[in-house]
Structures are given as structure tokens and as C-alpha cells.
Design a protein around this ligand. Structure first.
Ligand SMILES: CCCCCCCCCCC/C=C/C(=O)SCCNC(=O)CCNC(=O)[C@H](O)C(C)(C)COP(=O)(O)OP(=O)(O)OC[C@H]1O[C@@H](n2cnc3c(N)ncnc32)[C@H](O)[C@@H]1OP(=O)(O)O
Ligand SMILES: NC(=O)C1=CN([C@@H]2O[C@H](COP(=O)(O)OP(=O)(O)OC[C@H]3O[C@@H](n4cnc5c(N)ncnc54)[C@H](OP(=O)(O)O)[C@@H]3O)[C@@H](O)[C@H]2O)C=CC1
Length: 335
């Protein structure tokens, strides 16, 4: 099957069409990925993050890799971590080549506080970080009543414990040295809506949302800003494998037509928000969680959001039906 997809250039609105040859049933994430980095629109000064040293947990794949790419392309030295050395090395090579910037990888398991502490010590041996992105995540669809304690623990510890220990590892070093710092956590809009069938992830992300507000206040006087982003659907291989494994699971959260802007998010759009939040120009924003979801979480099932699919003819029929009801109701009036 030959599928034509559209890749927008944010700055000059030039639209380019890219043909992608895929086999029937090819995953959506595969055709949604940015294909040509050289085409990327830069809305910030290319030196905006010069001198910054930023750790992106889970930066070897998916959104973490794309965010790291954006930081490196704007002058930052990025550090990425994960549990798979080969994946990390490949990612570092790709980031260096595509962005022309600096990148290094460290193997670390964010579920393990000792592993995080060792990673922080190794990085600080070469100089302090200026920023941290808590991006590492774990998730899978499952009815809550079927989850084992180990299944729950795998998700909770990656998201909640990992974000806490990484934030604490940076924060204590910045405070001891009297240095400023920036922390951004990559959450999800479920921090406001919750979500069925991914309860441990929704709970853990909500906990990091609480950490964001709490630490912003506690560490604000020390010059440390703490914010978060809450993306809607940005197709990645892992997220779609875990959250849309079957044709039958292709509902709601992973469907572009459920998004008011009628499409998934683009990596450039997430990168631009992250670059802004981590930059010095964003110095008065702290404690906030900013959604980047095309309005998705506002189109909740408890609203009439689904009606946006009605045609003008449907609306006309609806109007006639409502007016017929009103006429009937009026017949019984005596005043
Ligand atoms: C409606 C609102 C709209 C919102 C719109 C947003 C739409 C998109 C939102 C996306 C949000 C976030 C997405 C993500 O985070 S995607 C990230 C996906 N990536 C990953 O998960 C990477 C890391 N993954 C892992 O490490 C593993 O996948 C895992 C999480 C499973 C943990 O790995 P571990 O090595 O510890 O795993 P084990 O295999 O030993 O399993 C541990 C226990 O978990 C149980 N398990 C595993 N899979 C399942 C399953 N599918 N169902 C039930 N239980 C499962 C496994 O059996 C182990 O338990 P037991 O030993 O007791 O059997
Ligand atoms: N894709 C989407 O639509 C959305 C994603 N998000 C969030 O964005 C983040 C990235 O998701 P996405 O890119 O889609 O998925 P990925 O699975 O590609 O990214 C998860 C990354 O986290 C790393 N990771 C997982 N567990 C650990 C661990 N114990 N220690 C260190 N690193 C770990 C993984 O590497 P490894 O397994 O090698 O350790 C992987 O690189 C997640 O936090 C997710 O919740 C939020 C909203 C929407």
C-alpha cells in the first residue's frame, strides 16, 4: 500500500509531501515520524542553549531522543540514559550526526536510586548539569484487576521513583554549589483526566505533577525552576506497541480523529516547547504543567466533543428533531 503523508514546516508554512512505502498494517508511528531533520524549522536562535548541559532520561528512543536532538541542535551538550547500551550508542551517533551537536550516553536504571546516583556522580565529574528532563517511562494497557504487584511496581517505579531520584540527585548538587537549574518532567494529560486501563501510569504521572508544583515552591528561592509538559498522542514505536497493540484497541487515546486539531503531535512541536521551557528566556515560569495535545484532553467523553463529526445535514436533522419536540411541548402549555 502506498500512503501519502504530510509533513509541515512550522516557520514558512511550506508543505512537503513525502511518499512512504509501507506494507498493509504498518504501524502509524512509523509513518508519522519526522523523516528529514534538515527540513526542520528553527524558531529559536541556534545558540540558545549554548553552554547548557542537559540530562534526558530515556533519551535513547522516542520522544526523549527527539527532545535531545532539539537541545543539541541549539548548542546544548546532551546526556541521555537508559538500560540498553546499544540503543543508547546508536542514538548518540544519530543525535551527533543530525544535530551537529554534543551528546553522550550513560547506562542507568532509573528504578534504582544507586544507579541514578552513580550516573549523576559520573556526569558531575566532567562538570555540573544545568538541566534535567524526566522522560523515561513505562506503560502497558491492562485491566487493573489483572495487574500483578510486579507489573504495577515496574510502571510506578520507573515514572514516579525515577523522576524523584533524578530530580533529587540534581537538586542537591545545585543547592550545595549555589547553582541554578531547570527540571522538566514529561507527563501526559491523564494527570488531569485519569485514564482507564493504564491506571499505574496515570497515578505515577499525577504524582510527578504534584512533585512539580511542590518543588517549584521549595526550590524556587534557590533559583531552580521545575515545570512539566503533558503531551497527548505523539506516535512512537514503544508507546504504540504498548497502548495500541491490536486493531480492536485503536480507540480514543491513539486516534488522530479524536483530537480537536485532527492530527497527532509533531516532534518539532514538542521540541520547541521543551527548548523554550529549558531556556533562560523562560525564567519566570515555574510549577506549571503545560499541555501539548491539540486540545485532546478537553474533548473528553463527558462532553459533546464527538459531535464535531456531524455534517451540516446531520445538524439540520438534529435541529428539526429538537424543534418537533419543542412544538409538542408547547401544545400542552396554558400560559
Ligand atoms: C484517554 C486520554 C488520552 C490521552 C492521550 C495520550 C495518548 C498517548 C499516551 C501515551 C502515554 C504514555 C506512554 C508511555 O509511557 S509509553 C512508554 C512505553 N515504553 C515502555 O514501556 C518502555 C519501558 N518498558 C518496560 O520496561 C517494560 O515494557 C515493562 C513496563 C513491562 C517492565 O519491564 P520489566 O523488564 O520489569 O518487565 P517484566 O517483563 O519482567 O514484567 C514486569 C511485570 O509486569 C507484568 N506485565 C508486563 N506486561 C504486562 C501486560 N501487558 N499486562 C499485564 N501485566 C504485564 C509482567 O507479567 C510482570 O509481572 P509478574 O512477574 O508478576 O508476572
Ligand atoms: N508517545 C506518546 O504519545 C506520549 C509519551 N509520553 C511520555 O513520553 C515519555 C517517552 O515515551 P515514548 O518516547 O513514547 O516511549 P519510549 O518507550 O520510546 O521511551 C521510554 C524510554 O524510557 C527508557 N526507560 C524505561 N525504563 C527505564 C529505566 N528503568 N531506566 C532508564 N530508562 C528507562 C527506555 O529505554 P530502556 O528501555 O532502554 O531503558 C526508553 O528509551 C514517557 O514518559 C511517556 O509516558 C507522554 C504522553 C504521550
Amino acid at each position: 500500500m502506498r500512503l501519502i503523508i504530510e509533513a509541515g514546516r512550522a516557520c514558512d508554512l511550506q508543505i512537503k509531501y513525502i511518499s512512504v512505502l509501507i506494507s498493509p498494517g504498518a504501524p502509524v508511528w512509523a509513518v508519522q515520524q519526522r523523516i528529514d531533520w534538515q527540513d526542520c524549522a528553527f524558531m529559536f536562535d541556534r545558540d540558545l542553549l549554548k553552554g547548557k548541559r542537559i540530562l534526558v532520561t530515556g533519551g535513547g528512543t522516542g520522544l526523549g531522543k527527539e527532545i535531545s536532538m532539539g537541545f543539541a541542535a541549539h548548542g546544548a551538550h546532551v546526556f541521555i540514559c537508559g538500560r540498553r547500551p546499544e540503543i543508547l550508542e546508536q542514538a548518540v551517533g544519530e543525535i551527533r550526526t543530525r544535530s551537529g551537536g554534543q551528546a553522550d550516553a550513560l547506562v542507568a536504571n532509573v528504578r534504582d536510586p544507586d544507579s541514578i546516583e552513580k550516573m549523576m556522580a559520573d556526569i558531575w565529574n566532567t562538570g555540573p548539569l544545568t538541566g534535567l528532563v524526566n522522560n523515561a517511562g513505562a506503560n502497558f494497557l491492562a485491566p487493573t484487576e489483572t495487574l500483578s504487584p510486579r507489573g504495577y511496581e515496574a510502571i510506578r517505579s520507573t515514572i514516579m521513583d525515577g523522576s524523584f531520584y533524578a530530580a533529587q540527585g540534581c537538586g542537591k548538587r545545585w543547592i550545595a554549589a549555589g547553582l541554578p537549574g531547570v527540571i522538566i518532567s514529561n507527563l501526559v494529560t491523564w494527570v488531569w483526566t485519569g485514564s482507564a486501563y493504564v491506571v499505574p501510569a496515570a497515578m505515577a504521572k499525577a504524582a510527578v505533577h504534584a512533585m512539580t508544583m511542590s518543588l517549584a515552591v521549595e526550590w524556587g528561592p534557590k533559583g531552580i525552576r521545575v515545570n512539566a509538559v503533558a503531551p497527548g498522542p505523539f506516535p512512537t514505536e514503544n508507546a504504540w506497541d504498548k497502548l495500541n497493540p491490536l486493531v480492536e484497541t485503536g480507540v480514543g487515546a491513539t486516534q488522530a480523529d479524536e483530537v480537536p486539531l485532527r492530527r497527532f503531535g509533531k516532534m518539532d512541536e514538542l521540541r520547541n516547547l521543551m527548548i523554550f521551557l529549558i531556556s533562560d528566556g523562560c525564567s519566570y515560569i515555574t510549577g506549571d504543567t503545560i499541555s501539548i495535545d491539540g486540545g485532546h484532553h478537553l474533548a473528553a467523553p463527558s462532553t459533546f466533543a464527538g459531535l464535531s463529526k456531524l455534517s451540516p445535514e446531520d445538524w439540520q436533522r438534529a435541529r428539526e428533531a429538537i424543534q418537533a419536540s419543542t412544538r409538542k411541548e408547547k401544545e400542552g402549555r396554558s400560559a
